[in-house]
Unconditional design. Structure first.
Length: 180
C-alpha cells in the first residue's frame, strides 16, 4: 500500500477496483474454465497449469478484459490460445476426436461471433459521431465501392478533398476503436 500511497492514491484505488473485479471474474469462471480445459487436456497437473496460465494471461492483459462487453468471449478465447500453447510447447498432436474438435470449433465460432458483434456496435457508434459528409463518403467508398473520383464529381469537390475526408474518418475510427 505504501508504494501506491506515495505515488498516487488514485492509482491505488484503481488497482483495488481492478483487484476486486478480477477476483469476481476468477470466482465466476474458474470452474467453467477448468472443465473447458479438461475437455482437451487429460493430465490433472497439466489441466491445473493451463488454467493457471489462462488467469495469469487475463491478469496481464486486463485492459482487454475490462474493455469487453462480453468478458466470457475474452476468457474462452484466451483459454483456447493457452490450450494451443500447451500442445505447441509439449509438441503434442491434438487429439483428433471429432467430438472434441467440433466442440472447440463451436466455442470458437461463438466467441468470434460475440467479438464481431461487439466491434460492430463500437464501429456503428463511432460512425454516428462522424460529420455527415465524411460518414457518407466513407460508406459509399468502402461499402458500395464508389471511387474517390465519382464521389468528388457528384459533390463538386476535388478527388484529394474526398480522399482526405475518407482518410480522416478512417483514422478517427481506428484511433477510437482501440480505446474501447
Amino acid at each position: 500500500m505504501d508504494i501506491f500511497a506515495k505515488n498516487n492514491n488514485t492509482e491505488y484505488y484503481l488497482f483495488q477496483d481492478w483487484m476486486g473485479h478480477f477476483k469476481k471474474i476468477y470466482s465466476d469462471y474458474k470452474h467453467q474454465v477448468y472443465f473447458f480445459v479438461r475437455k482437451y487436456i487429460s493430465g490433472q497437473e497439466d489441466i491445473e497449469d493451463v488454467v493457471q496460465e489462462i488467469f495469469v494471461h487475463l491478469w496481464k492483459h486486463h485492459t482487454q478484459l475490462q474493455k469487453s462487453e462480453h468478458p466470457e468471449a475474452v476468457i474462452f478465447r484466451t483459454a483456447k490460445q493457452e490450450i494451443a500453447n500447451f500442445y505447441r510447447k509439449n509438441k503434442m498432436i491434438f487429439n483428433s476426436d471429432p467430438d472434441i474438435i467440433a466442440g472447440l470449433e463451436e466455442t470458437e465460432e461463438e466467441s468470434d461471433m460475440l467479438w464481431k458483434e461487439e466491434n460492430l456496435s463500437k464501429i456503428e457508434r463511432l460512425l454516428s459521431e462522424l460529420p455527415t459528409q465524411n460518414k457518407e463518403f466513407l460508406l459509399r467508398n468502402k461499402l458500395e465501392n464508389v471511387s474517390y473520383i465519382k464521389i468528388a464529381e457528384e459533390n463538386n469537390m476535388s478527388k484529394t478533398a474526398v480522399e482526405k475526408r475518407i482518410n480522416k474518418a478512417l483514422s478517427y475510427i481506428r484511433s477510437n476503436l482501440s480505446l474501447f
